[in-house]
Design a protein around this ligand. Structure first.
Ligand code: UGA
Length: 440
């Protein structure tokens, strides 16, 4: 798709070289801006300077390499340097969950203090990280408190909606751009930065923009937990959740996406954002009961899946179980809050002999399950050899293409537990497998 013309080139600093920051930095450079991406993880910056990516994301490596070579994208471990050189500072640092479910905003405050120290001319400070509503107000107060001159600045909220695994595409072709700006100058600068991108711009105040992000992620998580609850009823009633979701999704008011039932949502966004939105709502005086239930349903899907296997295999101790797919979704090596973590731990607790395989997340999974008696297989076929059950926990494309006649021959007992409803159930039964699905 063709891009519009860039109206004005800006010097941009992106703070944080994580999933959001790195893609945004490379994306802004590709739009024609001069970008410096900073991160306090010195090893990560040193590797990026050698064009070694910190994580797997389709198309990202090419985008980074191209713009690094062209000189429009630079990397630095120094926040001071990044801020000094830039008119616009995008904050894309982590906001990890604290034990009470709230978001840890230490890294955001740290950037604010550094901006205050280096504020020598007008700058725009843009929140890209997901933050609770009213963080922008805090950001403004902090910069005001710590700066020692009367130089003006603007704070903007510009939440990111990109999905891991499709991040580069989502950066250039977003469904919408949300810009929470409170001055005409900041609004104009944001419009100029994004001028090549053809999409709907939604302009709001800062609080509203921040809330849009939490509300969007929480709503998507609610859709998933809703269909997962429906899948439980389908199991009990002998109905097919796939058909229910298909027919529901054809109603334009509902829509077909995010209605795949299974072992639930994971990743670094939905679990933490549902909790953070519940927390901030409570703090403001509202008990967001629906969201508590969304989390509960999601947690239960994992043990429900293991119970289904137990119903078939009875005692799991000593049984060989192959687990195919570990990342929280396909096309990423990200294991953060992946449903596989709970499921593998539950199966290991029961004493099952586990053989795991994932096309990309092996290194992350080895770190996560360190010290556990688990074998990591080199491919799917090696993993399923002699298994009493094969579990599918991530719907990687390559699993759908497996030779299931061969898989059946290699297994000790032909039981498939499809945690993502990704296989053709009728075909698997025809091939002679016992099949466990989620609500079908
Ligand atoms: C999510 C949002 O989709 C992005 O818009 C947002 O920008 C991002 O969080 C974020 O806040 O940074 P992401 O976490 O990359 O993106 O992954 P999704 O594709 O949304 O999937 C999240 C989880 O839900 C995965 O574990 C996936 O398997 C699960 N899921 C998704 C289902 O169980 N069923 C579905 O129908 C859809």
């Amino acid at each position: 798709m063709k891009r519009e013309k860039l109206i004005k080139k800006y010097n941009i600093c992106v703070v944080g070289a994580g999933h959001v920051g790195l893609v945004a930095a490379a994306g802004f450079a590709d739009l024609g801006h001069k970008v410096i991406c900073v991160d306090n993880n010195k090893a990560r910056i040193a590797a990026l300077k050698k064009n070694i990516m910190p994580f797997y994301e389709p198309d990202m490596e090419e985008l980074v390499k191209k713009n690094f070579k062209a000189g429009t994208l630079a990397f630095s471990p120094s926040l001071d340097e990044g801020i000094k050189k830039s008119r616009v500072i995008f904050i894309a640092v982590g906001t990890p969950p604290l034990p009470d479910g709230s978001a840890d905003l230490t890294a955001i405050e740290n950037v604010a203090m550094c901006v205050a120290k280096n504020l020598d001319s007008h700058k725009v400070i843009v929140e890209k990280s997901t933050v609770p509503v009213q963080t922008g107000q805090r950001l403004k107060e902090t910069i005001k408190r710590y700066k020692n001159n009367d130089v003006e600045f603007d704070v903007v909220s510009n939440p990111e909606f990109l999905r891991e695994g499709k991040a580069v595409y989502d950066f250039f072709y977003p469904d919408r751009l949300v810009i929470g700006a409170e001055s005409a100058r900041a609004k104009a600068i944001m419009q100029e930065i994004y001028s090549p991108i053809k999409t709907e711009f939604v302009f709001t105040d800062i609080n509203t923009a921040e809330l849009i992000k939490h509300a969007s992620n929480s709503f998507l998580a609610t859709k998933i937990s809703f269909i997962n609850s429906v899948s439980r009823v389908c199991d009990l009633a002998g109905a097919d959740v796939d058909k229910v979701a298909l027919a529901m999704g054809l109603d334009k008011r509902i829509g077909p996406q995010f209605l795949n039932a299974g072992i639930g949502y994971g990743g670094f966004c939905f679990p933490k954002d549902v909790e953070a939105f519940t927390f901030i709502s409570k703090k403001l005086g509202y008990d967001f009961g629906i969201l508590k239930e969304v989390k509960k349903v999601n947690d239960e899907q994992r043990s429900h899946f293991v119970n289904k296997i137990k119903e078939r295999l009875w005692v799991l101790k000593g049984k060989k179980i192959a687990v195919l797919g570990l990342s929280f979704k396909p096309d990423t090596d990200d294991m953060r809050f992946a449903p596989s973590e709970d499921i593998v731990n539950l199966l290991a607790q029961e004493g099952a002999a586990l053989s795991l395989y994932d096309p990309k997340a092996k290194a992350e999974a080895q770190e996560l399950f360190k010290g556990k008696n688990i074998i990591f297989a080199k491919d799917s076929y090696t993993a399923v050899k002699g298994a009493d059950c094969v579990c599918f926990l991530t719907e990687w494309g390559e699993f759908k293409k497996l030779d299931f006649v061969k898989v059946k021959k290699m297994m000790q007992h032909a039981l498939l537990a499809d945690g993502r409803n990704m296989l053709d159930k009728a075909q698997m039964i025809k091939l002679g497998f016992e099949y466990i699905g989620m609500g079908r």
